[in-house]
Unconditional design. Structure first.
Length: 286
């Protein structure tokens, strides 16, 4: 039996009457079970965490950062994606029809485009730290809203094309997007770290605010590498794997780690907000 693939890395289910994905991988189910476990953690942890992020951003409109508009849209995107685990479980374990995979591929396409919003966040922070004069001039303009709309248009167009599932060489779009996004995010964060590290009177002592920013950017860089390096490392070489190895191992490892960012990203934001509140409270007590 031959596995059918769409042109965007995530495999289609088998044709009607064939084995399910789980039955095909029943001799090596560990990675598949691990992947489904991560997806349900995303649902039970990611949805409330992202909703809390949206609530906090809405609550602190008067004291929001310039990146909050992108964080807000990213949280909406992640909430939509975190709704899919029940359907994904049914498709992988129980269903043999390929029709329901059209819905899943649309949501896969939405999640695949999430690095674009991360790139917007990284760009905003890069401009604030590396080019503060230009950042100050552009701070109160509406270009961020326009950029967010453009990213959503690209995301929906990509998701619709992925939903079709029969576009020739469509996997190259994802390859270019994930490689370019990963490279851009790593560059921006390394540049931010370099500028922050060089700041301070004798470059030996860093200002406490910049020190906190340095630690936060370092954490973000580590998360970017953890979540997005596996797809960058594994997926461009899809055609070198056997169909069974790709189906049962490679794509579930890569996408499992990438999809788990739907929980890690909001938790990072919430931890940053909690830290800021604690520091503000300590300052008032002094």
């Amino acid at each position: 039996m031959e596995v059918l693939y769409n042109n965007s890395y995530r495999p289609l289910n088998y044709t009607d009457g064939e084995l399910t994905v789980y039955e095909k991988c029943k001799d090596t189910p560990a990675v598949l079970i691990w992947y489904l476990g991560l997806q349900f953690i995303n649902m039970f942890l990611g949805i409330p965490a992202n909703l809390m992020v949206l609530w906090l951003i809405h609550k602190s409109k008067g004291d929001s950062s310039t990146s909050d508009i992108f964080i807000c849209h990213l949280a909406i995107l992640d909430v939509l994606f975190c709704l899919t685990p029940p359907l994904e479980l049914a498709n992988i374990v129980f269903l043999t029809t390929s029709s329901t995979w059209y819905v899943l591929r649309f949501f896969y396409g939405i999640k695949d485009s999430s690095p674009l919003f991360l790139c917007c966040i990284c760009l905003d922070r890069y401009m604030a730290v590396v080019h503060p004069m230009i950042f100050t001039e552009l701070k109160d303009r509406h270009h961020r809203s326009v950029l967010a709309i453009v990213v959503w248009l690209i995301t929906l167009a990509y998701a619709a094309a992925k939903c079709v599932g029969n576009i020739v060489n469509f996997e190259k779009v994802f390859t270019v997007m994930i490689l370019a996004s990963f490279t851009f995010m790593v560059y921006c964060n390394i540049a931010i770290l370099y500028v922050l590290r060089q700041s301070g009177p004798g470059r030996d002592v860093m200002h406490p605010v910049k020190k906190r920013a340095f630690k936060m950017v370092l954490i973000i860089l580590a998360i970017i590498v953890f979540n997005y390096f596996p797809p960058v490392l594994l997926l461009p070489f899809q055609h070198y794997y056997s169909p069974n190895v790709y189906l049962c191992y490679i794509h579930y490892i890569a996408f499992g780690l990438m999809d788990f960012s739907s929980s890690i990203q909001p938790l990072l934001y919430l931890s940053k907000e909690k830290l800021s509140c604690c520091q503000s409270g300590a300052t008032r007590l002094q």
